[in-house]
Design a protein. Structure first.
Length: 190
């Protein structure tokens, strides 16, 4: 056999991508969900992220961890995607039907599941409303990255990340509390 019919051997680029996709695939899906409410656009974004990650491993030099590299590439793609989308049309919020489908099937109580879905949708909407650099910091924090890794991805110092993260948590908590007071009929909030 001359080898012409043999599939090409996997390159280091392919191996790195396969490892990253296996270990960070769910995180990349959450990232896409945080940046894109529309299911079709979210799938497109996720595909763009995976393609960019695969392409980027051709120039990966090991100066940071593969995990940090993937997050940086993914967030850059998501930010670019968001900028393109804002120029073309505004983001839409999830419909109630979309939220109902996304509920946690392990929750036996439909009311608890609906409340959890609603709370998650509100938090996702609040995160989506942040400016891209702040959204990036919050998403990386929620993915469990340490301040040093977040700093590498964002191009900031670990101290700046810690300060911004503290401020962003306070902002999000305040907005959630404000929405809760409004929804409960607090006359001071109307």
């Amino acid at each position: 056999m001359d080898g012409a019919n043999q599939p090409p051997s996997r390159t280091l680029q392919d191996e790195r991508y396969a490892r990253a996709a296996a270990s960070l695939g769910a995180a990349l899906e959450r990232l896409a969900r945080a940046y894109e409410a529309d299911a079709d656009q979210r799938r497109d974004l996720l595909q763009d992220i995976h393609l960019a990650v695969w392409r980027s491993f051709a120039r990966y030099d090991g100066r940071c961890s593969e995990r940090t590299w993937v997050y940086r590439v993914a967030h850059n793609v998501a930010i670019s995607h968001g900028q393109k989308r804002r120029r073309s049309r505004p983001d839409k919020l999830l419909t109630l039907d979309e939220l109902a489908v996304r509920g946690d099937p392990t929750q036996p109580d439909p009311e608890a599941r609906a409340a959890d879905s609603h709370a998650l949708a509100r938090l996702t909407a609040l995160i989506r409303a942040l400016v891209p650099p702040d959204r990036q910091i919050v998403m990386l924090y929620l993915e469990g990255l340490e301040a040093k890794a977040v700093a590498e991805v964002c191009g900031l110092s670990p101290g700046a990340v810690a300060t911004k993260l503290h401020r962003l948590k306070a902002v999000l908590a305040s907005r959630i509390n404000q929405a809760n007071r409004f929804n409960q009929g607090d006359p001071d909030e109307r």
